[in-house]
Design a protein around this ligand. Structure first.
Ligand code: ADP
Ligand code: MG
Length: 586
């Protein structure tokens, strides 16, 4: 949503209680705000990060019970209760997250179901929490001497919190941390190669979503003036997820739209369905089920996408012109030994994909790694960069053992790479994708992003990203969505992203595949220029003209084994290579 749309919407919601609208509207609006705060967490967690949680209602329950218990039994300030509720939710999320977020596939949703059920029955069976009757008589909220007792007065607080949460989430998504979070859905390999700890960010979004849910629970307790386990059951957890999915699980404002639609339709159905069917019962559930199937089929990105068509498209203002570039690492000395690959081996079951391969790269060298398909070139890349563990052997980078290190730690030492099969975030712009490469060169965290205190650093990062794009001739495409590019430009974008990490050693897996002749020549020129600046490059490539014209030395592999290593002339003259490799080409 653009700034003006936001201001208009926020203004409307804040003056709503002052207008002569029926109390019923205000009540509905209160519920929508309360739900939206929870659904906002699910947009981050499920929509943006791809982590499905059915258990958010339990975190709402923690916030609500903390508020109700402390207000009725301990007579402490509601602000302390809010703090305690938040702290409990955060600790619970850290524990549950630490255990479950390493799970893959369907295990995480199942774990959230288990945890949602467990907390529901705990709340229902605790004597001191009033069992299934809950805690009654929660006092009204008092703020600076103001009694926020009536729905109209509480409306202001609920919506101020909901709107601030939406703003903070929007800011977060448009930041260094946000890009890391947005990369979670596309698998971890690329993000980790850029130095991002994917587990850490999964845990971060899990905690943020839990905290938002707990705040909603705190408001809920003071709004309803009573708490019992029912609103925090698994069924409600599923409903929250439904709101997020219906509204548009990848969009901040989808959380609001989804909450509004669910609340209003639910209410209407409770009146309408008994009239139509003649009996009462939980038929809304069936209707919602049908609606969900229809929405997922015809609007998989949710209802919000229909609204965005009517809103002006947001445009990133290019405000980083003239910003100072990011600091660079010290260049390696000329001829410094950069990479030592020493009898490296990788077995996949019975298949020896890399068979005791050794070679070295010194600073300023461009080394080619060639061989027929399946020779083990990409696997060798993965062993060097820490994507795969070695079966045997050693890898040293600038004298330091790196075999067994996580790829994000290796990235920090100054090694960067591209992938044979392009790995990117298709729904981010080219510029944002390249900016991911600058992750380790910047430092703003969640709080700075939410408060927009990271702008100066962001400008420097984007200046850097644009410069790297310009270097490979792609500055004109920087605002396009990466997923809309052809394969050739996508590969170039990956190179720009790798350069944005300020590497000392660059590993390029088939960089020229899919490029046109002119583009290949331009790429070769850039790589030569990088070499001139002291960069070392390891290159897998099938285009022989490209490899022979560019490299200082070539390592030839076949069936996982190193055939020979030599200068391009030596390799071209070698009968072994001709038989094994070039023979198949010519
Ligand atoms: P290249 O990049 O030289 O074409 P790769 O390194 O991709 O070759 O593959 C080398 C061999 O290892 C191939 O036979 C491939 O099928 C196998 N291989 C690669 N990755 C895996 C994996 N994750 N599990 C099992 N086998 C693999
Ligand atoms: Mg390969």
């Amino acid at each position: 949503m653009q700034r003006y749309s936001f201001i208009a919407f926020a203004g409307l919601m804040l003056v709503l209680p002052l207008l002569p609208v029926p109390d019923f509207w205000i009540t509905q609006s209160n519920y929508i705000g309360l739900y939206a705060i929870v659904a906002l967490g699910l947009v981050l967690l499920t929509g943006v990060s791809g982590l499905t949680s059915f258990g958010q209602a339990a975190f709402v329950g923690i916030g609500a019970y903390a508020a109700a218990y402390m207000a009725t039994k301990m007579d402490v300030s509601p602000w302390i209760a809010l703090f305690v509720g938040l702290a409990l939710a955060v600790v619970a999320a850290l524990i549950v997250g630490a255990v479950t977020l390493r799970m893959s596939g369907h295990y995480l949703p199942l774990a959230t179901i288990a945890w949602g059920l467990a907390l529901y029955y705990t709340m229902g069976n605790m004597e001191w929490l009033g069992k299934y009757d809950g805690l009654l008589g929660v006092p009204t909220l008092k703020l600076f001497g103001w009694d926020l007792g009536s729905g109209r007065r509480l409306h202001g607080l609920i919506w101020i919190i909901a709107l601030l949460a939406a703003l903070a989430t929007t800011n977060l998504l448009d930041s260094r941390t946000g890009r890391a979070i947005r990369s979670l859905k596309s698998g971890s390999t690329m993000a980790e190669a850029m130095g991002i700890s994917t587990f850490r960010y999964k845990l971060t979004v899990f905690v943020i979503a839990a905290a938002l849910a707990a705040v909603s629970g705190w408001l809920f307790a003071h709004f309803q003036r009573t708490v019992n386990p029912t609103p925090f059951s698994l069924a409600k957890g599923i409903e929250y997820l439904f709101m997020a999915v219906l509204g548009g699980v990848g969009h901040v404002w989808g959380a609001f739209l989804g909450s509004a639609v669910v609340r209003i339709v639910e209410d209407q159905l409770q009146v309408l369905l008994p009239k139509l069917i003649g009996t009462s019962g939980n038929f809304e559930v069936i209707v919602f089920g049908i609606v969900l199937v229809v929405v997922l089929k015809y609007a998989p990105d949710g209802l919000w996408t229909f609204v965005t068509r009517w809103l002006p498209a947001p445009r990133r203002v290019r405000d980083w012109a003239g910003a100072e570039r990011l600091p660079r690492r010290d260049k390696p000395a000329a001829g410094e030994l950069m990479l030592e690959v020493d009898a490296v081996r990788k077995e996949f079951g019975g298949l020896v994909a890399v068979n005791d391969v050794s070679f070295r790269i010194s600073s300023g060298d461009i080394v080619g790694l060639i061989g027929p398909n399946g020779a083990g070139k990409s696997t060798t890349f993965n062993l060097i960069t820490g994507v795969l563990g070695l079966t045997r052997g050693q890898v040293r980078f600038r004298g330091q053992r790196i075999d067994g290190m996580a790829s994000r730690h290796i990235a920090r030492l100054g090694m960067s790479r591209t992938f044979q099969h392009v790995k990117m975030i298709p729904e981010m712009t080219v510029l944002e994708n390249v900016a991911l490469g600058g992750y380790l060169r910047t430092g703003s965290g969640v709080a700075r992003a939410m408060l927009r205190l990271d702008r100066a650093e962001e400008r420097r990062l984007f200046a850097e990203a644009e410069a790297q794009l310009a270097r490979i001739g792609m500055a004109d495409k920087m605002h396009e969505l990466a997923g809309n590019l052809a394969l050739g430009p996508q590969r170039l974008m990956e190179i720009a992203r790798a350069l944005c990490t300020d590497p000392a050693l660059l590993l390029l897996d088939e960089p020229a595949a899919g490029l046109r002749h002119k583009e290949k020549q331009a790429l070769a020129a850039v790589l030569r220029q990088l070499k001139g600046e002291g960069m070392s490059i390891l290159l897998v490539e099938h285009d022989m003209d490209f490899v022979m014209g560019l490299t200082d030395r070539i390592v030839v592999m076949e069936f996982g084994t190193r055939l020979i290593e030599g200068t391009p002339a030596e390799v071209q003259a070698s009968p072994v290579v001709r038989a094994a490799y070039l023979g198949t080409e010519h």
